[in-house]
Design a protein around this ligand. Structure first.
Ligand code: CTP
Ligand code: CA
Length: 226
């Protein structure tokens, strides 16, 4: 009964979801980014909408169709994403950070296209702000849900991120698993909760998985959502 259209446990709640990669400009024609397709984040947005939420999707550059009824905010860089998320944070019930935020950006952005010259073979980078960690530091009533893609020690690294970013849940996946990962339409994940529960999910399409993840989280919260 859970996935029927009339079952709307998130009705009256605002859910904010980030998706896709960010792009960090080097100059007007070049950038630093990653291979995130945005599929898992868009599936999370479609699921939140289907479960009745007022859904805001903050998306980096991807080639996907915005699920109908979902409010979209397009962003490019980690800094843009940070501003957009903060502007939506206060009245959000749930924030899901599916985005693959670039960890580094070029130290200086050149306003003109860079030209090749001797001795210019090093690109200086600096850290971007950890958006999720700063949300964790300031959260009040919001349920904070992170994602982590790992290649080794998946559960241990996930648990560490859950704690260090003050999250309520983290959804971890082993990107080397043939059943999922970047660009795939399916995914294999484990949901970790702040209470120490670990719920594994078998390989399934990302849209189906997204609904299951929200249902499981709502069950574990016991209907207590602000
Ligand atoms: N995240 C974020 N802002 C950043 C980097 C990451 O909000 N600048 C969020 C991601 O959206 C994700 C979670 O933090 O929900 C975990 O991202 P991940 O890249 O796995 O972890 P990092 O903390 O960046 O650590 P590392 O990449 O070194 O493993
Ligand atoms: Ca990272």
């Amino acid at each position: 009964h859970f996935t029927q259209g009339h079952y709307q446990p998130l009705k009256g709640k605002k859910v904010v979801i980030t998706a896709g990669p960010t792009r960090e400009r080097i100059d007007p024609v070049r950038y630093v980014s990653n291979f995130s397709s945005g599929k898992m984040g868009y599936a999370m947005a479609a699921a939140a909408q289907k479960l009745g939420a007022e859904t805001v999707l903050i998306s980096g550059p991807v080639e996907l169709t915005v699920p109908s009824g979902v409010q979209i905010i397009h962003v490019e860089s980690a800094a843009d994403m940070y501003d957009a998320v903060l502007s939506q944070f206060d009245d959000a019930s749930i924030v899901v950070k599916s985005a693959a935020v670039a960890d580094y950006r070029p130290k200086s952005v050149h306003t003109q296209k860079m030209k090749k010259k001797a001795g210019d073979d090093v690109l200086e980078l600096e850290r971007t702000t950890d958006i999720l960690k700063s949300l964790g530091d300031r959260k009040e009533h919001q349920l904070l849900i992170g994602f982590a893609a790992e290649t080794t020690d998946v559960i241990a690294y996930g648990q560490k991120k859950l704690e260090s970013k003050n999250l309520d849940y983290i959804i971890v996946n082993d990107v080397t698993d043939p059943g999922g990962g970047f660009g795939s339409d399916t995914n294999v994940v484990t949901l970790l909760s702040r209470e120490g529960e670990a719920t594994p999910f078998t390989a399934m399409p990302k849209d189906q998985l997204a609904v299951r993840l929200f249902e499981t989280i709502l069950q574990q919260e016991g209907g207590k959502l602000d």
